[in-house]
Design a protein around this ligand. Sequence first.
Ligand code: FES
Ligand SMILES: [Fe+2]
Length: 456
Amino acid sequence: MPTPTESIIALRRGASVQQVLAADANPPPACLLIDSPAKGQSTKDLSLDRYYTKEWHDREVEKVWRKTWQMACRLEEIPNVGDHVVYDIVHDSVIVVRTSPTEIKAHINSCLHRGTRLCTEDGNMRHIKCPVHGMTWGLDGALAGMPCAWDFPHVDRERFNLPQAQVGTWGGFVFINFDPCCEPLESYLEVLPEHFKAFNLENRWKAVHGAKIMPCNWKLAQEAFMEGFHIATTHPQSLGYTGDTNTQYDVFPGRHVSRFIMLEGVPSPSLAEVPQQKIVDDMQRDIGFYRGHDITVGPGESARAKLAAHARERISRSAKQDFSKLSDSESIDLIQYLLFPNLSPWGGQATPLVYRFRPHGDNPEESIMEIMLLFAKAPDGSHPPPCKVTQIGLNDSWHMVPGMGSAADVTDQDTDNLKRIQRGIRASRKPGATLAIYQESRIRHFHETLEAYMAK
Ligand code: FES
Ligand SMILES: [Fe+2]
């Protein structure tokens, strides 16, 4: 007996992701053979107040941002003792600092004297010194210097240490959690470490990093990148080479991880027959990676196989590693995961993207969207210095971020939508959003998890 979601999926046109993967020349890793549609989700409208009210925002701070694991930086950003990154989330802030070759701490970024923000910038330091009266702490957070100590006889210097957030690492990312009683990162990550064994993010380094102020709530921004339903209307240029409506949406056991697998090198099921060479031509027109290369599809050959073989060879050359056995799917498809609440690492080798979404300060109607590109390290583990973030404003194009390439076109199209969605939501007389059952099942899953945290 099919589940209600399976009955809905059966109504779609075109080959499923699993059917396409089964026909690929190079077979995919086990994690891509898992098809895990959501089960038993609600179909109720999703209340809209979550996207603009200060009340929702304030509760999210307490129940989500102060309770969940969040990616604060990459390990390659803090290789040496004293290297640190400042991670801000709404009004909270931590200094993530390497305290020894094997240890990283996250100190609350507020002076114990009168509350001053201790660090404002990333860099390297030998100690943490407040710029106002000069109280100083060691990298380990222990009090190291107190000017005019004679005036503080009431302070126990042994206990005047910087409070800390929890720290964990996975996949080359450093995570923090403000909750001293939080679940360990290892179990919080659920299926992610198992799936990413195939994709090896710790062997990558951050080559591109942009952060843009977005004209919408952080959840709206994130949701815009969780489904392919909008492609036909928002990005019609990509229909010739993207399997939009036959995208696979997975919701994994646990609450924190979901995924889509979106096929590339096949046309949308909504189009009539598309010649194989045209699939390649359209992709070359839109995607800088393929542009200017000779990719000719011969009689009886498929565009997908040809593009995958081309990508494998180019990836091997640029990473100086043998990727000849890499699956077609990892070579060209869009494989995107979400780790609740706000980190989206991509799998495969084709699109080495990472997204992160946060509220912009205390404003529920603005957010910060970050896009990073993680390139493969050399076989000996060496790599250029990681990229510093390029901050761009509300009205700036993603093209202002060096290295974004043609991905900027699509992301700018999504940003234009988001402004309209945020504006439209405030005008709505209908109290909720009506979600598609399958194509928006990851968004539903995200909100079910969000609501569970908010109810705690
Ligand atoms: S506020 Fe930090 S030393 Fe005074
Ligand atoms: Fe989009």
